[in-house]
Unconditional design. Structure first.
Length: 519
């Protein structure tokens, strides 16, 4: 048996008893008692430009159209990250977040939902790998599942009260990973296996019939008290989160709140608190509905910030804003008749390894530690949240059942160093998602310093971009820099083999597609 799996979370202590956890727990010192609360505010499918807060060097039409005053408010209090990366698909990102593993290692490379069912579109020419479509778990015993240690469990064991609200999407239905309480969350509000929602509308009971039966696998559980009230799902989740915070306030211990909204994932339902305003601004109904989802999400952020201030917790709470992948690059269409993605100037969107699919809006506020109203142009990756959050909480000397790929970005927050310099970020997507087009399917990529290489498994094509000079990835310069292509191809191929990553096979020969350094 694998030695990592043998020491799985519930079989042995993850940390030494001398750290004060367990039967011999010591009284916390004054410094330990001041450990910060942490709120991770995760948005679903939010593009880099779905905000009035510009993460680029200039404002765009999207920044002018949308209104997110609370994102602006949070940025004034903390640090904006202009090159924060996630995976191109929700499940991959969330599994990297909870386990600290790169998606090439944990192999949850497409979206998960039903047990033992792949969600890929099929190909006439290649056979897709048998990826981990059952997601991730803290315990072994389920096929096609990656086993890792949850940082939330480590937070809980160290004395944090842990709250999950909203979208989970770590494991498929009827697997251990589907339930947030299996990951160390003491409170679970509406989290289950689905990565989306049937509807935001309480008039439709968030996806349930009048007799209480879910009519979709995407129906939101646990919000029965709001059925038929006219309260939008985003608002209902926020109210439930605040109730949980009210309770947490009485516990006299630090809390970790994972506020994981279903917004702004499709369906594009109208949040009538904001929709009419955007129609008056001249947006089409579809545009206005999308904008209303964004502003509803932003109001939730503001409500949580208001709670912190009213309850005297603002100065001792870290607030982190992040999205799980790029915006869905389809509609809206703008009035000038030209079709834009929601991510321009970034190229493409959700599902793609181009910047539009993986670069996310990120903000960190940490009073007394992070300088207010600052920007960081260095890059980081979603698995970096794992060691960073534990470092923020003062959790040290922890053990995990599998290797961690994340690197703490604390030096970026404190201005003491640059962990991104010379570091390679890797993405692997040997799958076929729902959209067609270049940069969407059967590829992998590496970003190192200013260069980014995208490699296509089926065709062997390689594209090279200088990201600082060509943020829209319009100019493939692979032919001009063959030495850089070779160097990055070698590093990418070696990493993929090292972590036992997967690749497709050609149906005609049964042979695997070449690694990038084999072409």
């Amino acid at each position: 048996m694998n030695k990592y799996l043998f020491t799985a979370l519930f079989l042995t202590p993850l940390v030494p008893m001398t750290d004060g956890w367990g039967a011999t727990k010591k009284q916390p010192s004054a410094e330990e008692q001041k450990r910060p609360n942490i709120i991770l505010f995760m948005v679903d499918d939010m593009g880099w430009q779905d905000t009035s807060l510009p993460f680029w060097t200039q404002k765009t039409p999207y920044n002018e159209a949308y209104e997110t005053p609370n994102m602006e408010r949070l940025a004034k209090q903390g640090m904006m990250f202009t090159q924060a990366y996630a995976c191109n698909i929700s499940s991959a990102t969330r599994c990297s977040l909870i386990t600290g593993a790169n998606n090439a290692r944990h192999r949850v490379t497409n979206w998960t939902l039903e047990r033992d069912k792949q969600t890929d579109r099929q190909s006439a020419t290649v056979e897709l790998p048998d990826w981990n479509y059952n997601g991730v778990s803290q315990v072994e015993g389920t096929n096609n599942t990656y086993v890792g240690t949850s940082f939330v469990e480590l937070l809980r064991q160290s004395g944090y009260h842990t709250i999950h609200c909203g979208k989970a999407h770590w494991g498929s239905i009827d697997t251990p990973g589907e339930n947030p309480t299996h990951w160390g969350f003491e409170v679970n509000i509406a989290g289950h296996a689905a990565g989306g929602l049937a509807t935001y509308l309480s008039e439709q009971n968030y996806g349930h019939t009048r007799d209480g039966k879910a009519y979709s696998l995407m129906s939101i559980p646990g919000l029965e008290n709001y059925w038929g009230t006219g309260i939008f799902a985003t608002e209902a989740l926020t109210r439930e989160a605040i109730k949980a915070l009210d309770k947490a306030k009485k516990y006299n211990q630090p809390f970790y709140l994972y506020m994981a909204h279903y917004a702004i994932h499709v369906p594009i339902d109208k949040d009538m608190r904001f929709f009419p305003k955007y129609v008056r601004k001249g947006l089409s109904d579809k545009e206005a509905a999308y904008a209303s989802l964004i502003e509803g999400m932003d109001k939730s952020l503001g409500d949580l910030m208001d709670w912190l201030e009213k309850n005297g917790e603002a100065d001792n709470t870290i607030v982190i804003f992040m999205s799980d992948n790029g915006g869905l690059a389809a509609e809206p269409e703008w009035r000038d008749g030209e079709v834009h993605t929601q991510n321009a100037p970034l190229r493409s969107g959700k599902g793609s390894l181009y910047e539009g699919g993986i670069r996310e809006p990120m903000i960190v506020s940490w009073p007394g530690v992070v300088n207010p109203d600052t920007r960081c142009d260095k890059y980081l990756m979603i698995e970096d949240f794992y060691p960073t959050l534990l470092e923020m909480a003062g959790v040290k000397d922890y053990k995990t059942v599998a290797p961690l790929d994340g690197v703490s970005f604390m030096p970026l927050l404190k201005g003491t160093g640059d962990p991104s310099k010379g570091r390679a970020l890797v993405w692997n997507f040997p799958n076929i998602w729902g959209n067609d087009g270049p940069g969407i399917n059967l590829d992998c990529a590496i970003r190192k310093d200013e260069w980014k290489l995208v490699y296509y498994y089926e065709t062997g094509k390689k594209e090279l971009f200088n990201i600082p000079e060509d943020i829209g990835e319009k100019h493939d310069v692979a032919a001009e820099h063959p030495d850089i292509v070779r160097r990055l191809s070698k590093e990418l191929g070696q990493y993929l083999r090292k972590v036992d990553a997967q690749r497709p096979k050609f149906k005609s020969t049964g042979k695997p597609c070449p690694w990038p350094d084999e072409v």
